[in-house]
Ligand binder design. Structure first.
Ligand code: GLU
Length: 356
């Protein structure tokens, strides 16, 4: 049997209270559940948000929250140890030790760094320590920060090869409409495919103080389900929130089932973790060859390209209507495009992104 493993992400609105301070009661419930899972043989990694909000509650003393990125990043440096102090105590009550792992986008886009981060998380699990992950907000480059922990959590799920991703938030899950506007809104319990209807529903709902909102949760669910990870968006402020999300108690939340055709870990890394360094537009023939015949992208199929990509960089491949068809690693640089290899993106380095 494959070992079950879960990434549990808790949003800012759930981990902090109305004043922005750390909500210890929620942490205690999450910690108890996580430790119960661990004792049952699961590997569990927690992704926490709330550093900026908790930091400002401490340092801002009731003043209005600043909006400039540099101050917010500095404020996260105040909040992060407050979060970790509370997590350490909450997990201590449940009988477990925690370790802090702060990750930045570059840790995911450099393959060596990516494997290194995976090694660290695996070693912590071996030591029976619960890893508590957040983005390295204090120093992450504003331009390329994730900015929302939903995406970070999906990447961590992919990184550790998790079977489950749980996004704990301040709603019951994905609802058919915004309950504040429509009292007939009901919970969608299961989603088999994230299609335009589901995306439309998510686009109309929002959540409180976090930076994610429902559409960022859906983007994370898409990323995770494509990597074979069952994803659940579920309420944080209930008893046994994690067990319920995983259907181990009275079930709660919206469960997104993984695609049957799962991407390999490497292809998921190409599709979702690596930042794109350019765009290649291809013609109809190449589009057919890629999408229907599983071929590599050859130079003859390229109409135009943009960006200063180097050999090995990731690029987006778009069709005649500029729709994104695929992502892949190029075998030629933009500079040597005309006289480089005939194979621009080899099929082994190519991920098709459209529902077929
Ligand atoms: N990393 C941010 C923080 O801890 C949270 C981002 C989010 O709201 O998802 O403050």
């Amino acid at each position: 049997m494959t070992r079950r493993s879960a990434v549990i992400k808790i949003g800012t609105s759930s981990v902090t209270d109305a004043q922005g301070g750390v909500d210890y009661a929620v942490m205690v419930k999450v910690a108890a559940d996580v430790v119960a899972l661990r004792d049952d043989g699961w590997t569990v990694v927690v992704v926490t948000s709330g550093a900026i909000t908790a930091g400002w509650a401490d340092v801002g003393r009731g003043r209005r929250r600043p909006t400039d990125a540099t101050t917010l990043q500095a404020v996260s440096a105040v909040g992060q140890p407050l979060l970790m102090h509370a997590w350490r105590n909450a997990f201590g009550e449940a009988g477990a030790t925690v370790g802090q792992v702060l990750l930045a986008p570059l840790d995911f886009s450099h393959r060596g760094q990516y494997l290194h981060a995976r090694g660290t998380l695996e070693a912590l699990a071996e030591l029976n320590v619960i890893a508590i992950v957040n983005e390295n907000d204090a120093v992450a480059d504003e331009e390329i920060r994730f900015g929302d922990n939903d995406r970070l959590a999906a990447l961590v799920a992919n990184l550790i090869g998790a079977t489950h991703l749980v996004l704990l938030t301040d709603t019951d899950g994905l609802l058919t409409a915004d309950p504040r506007l429509d009292p007939t809104a009901t919970l969608i319990e299961e989603v088999n495919a994230i299609d335009a209807t589901i995306e439309g529903i998510a686009g109309r709902s929002r959540s409180g103080v976090g930076s994610g909102g429902m559409s960022s949760k859906l983007a994370a669910a898409r990323m995770a389900t494509w990597s074979g990870v069952t994803t659940v968006i579920a309420p944080a402020r209930v008893d046994t929130p994690v067990q319920r999300a995983l259907g181990l108690g009275p079930s709660a939340g919206t469960t997104f089932h993984p695609r049957t055709e799962r991407l390999s870990a490497r292809k998921a890394w190409i599709a979702f973790a690596v930042a794109s360094r350019g765009t290649i537009e291809i013609n109809q023939g190449a589009m057919q060859a890629l999408e229907h015949h599983g071929r590599s992208l050859l130079r003859v199929g390229v109409v135009s390209y943009e960006g200063g990509f180097a050999e090995g960089d990731a690029v987006e491949i778009v069709g005649p209507g500029r729709e994104v068809l695929a992502k892949g690693l190029v075998r030629v640089s933009a500079e040597s495009f005309a006289d480089g290899d005939d194979v621009v993106v080899h099929r082994d380095d190519l991920v098709l992104l459209r529902h077929s």
